[in-house]
Design a protein around this ligand. Structure first.
Ligand SMILES: [Zn+2]
Length: 411
């Protein structure tokens, strides 16, 4: 294809070095924009291309969709996902203990969604303020008594909060660091709102996933795919410093970083160890990134071959759940109604709407009980254990599961 040679040169959002392109997922719809039937005709696709900065090592999209378009109306409610709610409870308990938070402490959560984590802090008697640009979801949080500003977090909004006397012992942001195109402005804001001894914590999918076939984290909302190498450089620019890092399995492989003002907290060895590991994997070199595409292409071949065989036998396949990542997989691999008899999702807000790009009507999971498919393709494969446990009866009656990532597995 000639398309890449026509692309204008795109510069790194942090250091302005021209980016090196290594993976293209083609034209992709917005994978969290579920459609009403009447909207299907007007659906738009946007290029989805990933590049690498040879100077600051930051992996990022070449083009991003304006955040106003993505986040002002959002359908994902954190409180719907039980594994996530459990994760929040544990997170709050751990952080209160580790950071010695008390009723005098102030927590600011960026991208707080419907306030699952805020409520955990509030129950412990700690002041907690949320910020989330999705007006529909901020309204739900406020109705539940969890103060949430319906705004984007920026340097400017941080200055406004500070002038209101809000300054945080803990700034917390899960699934936000990868989403903000103006990332330097964002971390400048974090610096403004953080107490001298305070800690900012961010959780986000780790770049390692791209090297393990977890390519379905690539979509327009995720502008950045972070390594520690790139993060160190980013925070250094505004005199903030990462002092600890933990890896955990959420979202198929995530990092949690602890950030403070420079030279305040002792640096844990986990930080230098992980950076050394990344250097040993040559994540500072574009050559390493070219392997990603070849590996995903071979996964695509395997999955389509498995689905083709099932269809040839005249068997039925349904898809379980329609997360953003699942829509990336369906669109990039070309899996639509030719393969899938139906799709279900537990989120009531998604039911009755159509999947982006593939236009499948999303139904209630109850359908699995009264018309069980022969095979169930688990698109939220990172929660496969949880899903399979819940659908034990389906499995005992002969139903099979297909887990597509990191390798095609049929159980
Ligand atoms: Zn750069």
């Amino acid at each position: 294809m000639m398309r890449d040679t026509h692309k204008k040169i795109v510069k790194c959002r942090v250091c302005e070095t021209p980016l090196l392109h290594f993976f293209s997922l083609g034209g992709m719809p917005l994978v969290n924009s579920f459609l009403k039937y009447d909207d299907i005709m007007n659906e738009k696709r946007f290029d989805l291309d990933v590049g690498f900065c040879s100077q600051c090592y930051l992996v990022q999209l070449l083009e991003n969709v304006p955040p106003e378009k993505l986040y002002r109306h959002y359908l994902y409610l954190s409180s719907v996902s039980s594994p996530f709610v459990e994760h929040c409870k544990k997170t709050a308990t751990d952080l209160i203990r580790r950071l010695r938070l008390t009723s005098d402490s102030q927590v600011v959560e960026i991208a707080s969604n419907d306030g699952v984590l805020l409520s955990c802090f509030k129950q412990a008697g700690i002041k907690a303020l949320g910020i989330d640009p999705a007006r529909n979801i901020a309204r739900i949080a406020n109705m539940n008594g969890l103060e949430t500003l319906a705004e984007f977090f920026t340097h400017e909004s941080a200055l406004k909060l500070r002038s209101r006397g809000i300054i945080a012992d803990l700034v917390y942001g899960a699934n936000v660091l990868a989403h903000v195109p103006e990332i330097v402005d964002f971390v400048e804001g974090v610096k403004v709102i953080l107490k001298p001894e305070g800690t900012a914590i961010f959780e986000f999918p780790y770049l390692a996933g791209l090297f393990e076939n977890k390519f379905d984290i690539i979509y327009h909302e995720h502008v950045f795919y972070y390594s520690m190498l790139a993060l160190r450089h980013l925070f250094d620019r505004v005199d903030l410093q990462i002092y600890d890092v933990e890896q955990f399995p959420l979202q198929g492989g995530s990092l949690r970083i602890y950030v403070g003002h420079k030279n305040v907290h002792p640096i844990n060895r986990s930080v230098t160890d992980l950076i050394d590991e990344e250097l040993a994997q040559h994540w500072n070199s574009i050559e390493s990134y070219h392997k990603i595409r070849n590996s995903v292409e071979s996964l695509k071949k395997d999955l389509l071959a498995a689905l083709d065989n099932i269809k040839k036998e005249g068997k039925t396949i349904a898809a379980y759940s329609a997360p953003a990542k699942g829509n990336v997989l369906l669109n990039y691999f070309g899996i639509d109604s030719r393969y899938l008899d139906y799709i279900v999702d537990i989120t009531p807000l998604k039911q009755g709407l159509y999947t982006p790009g593939t236009h499948l009507l999303i139904e209630d999971p109850e359908k699995i009980n009264h018309s069980p498919p022969d095979y169930l393709l688990i698109l939220c494969w990172n929660h496969a254990d949880f899903v399979m446990k819940n659908l034990d009866a389906y499995h005992k009656n002969g139903g099979k599961f297909i887990i597509p990532i990191p390798q095609v597995t049929i159980l």
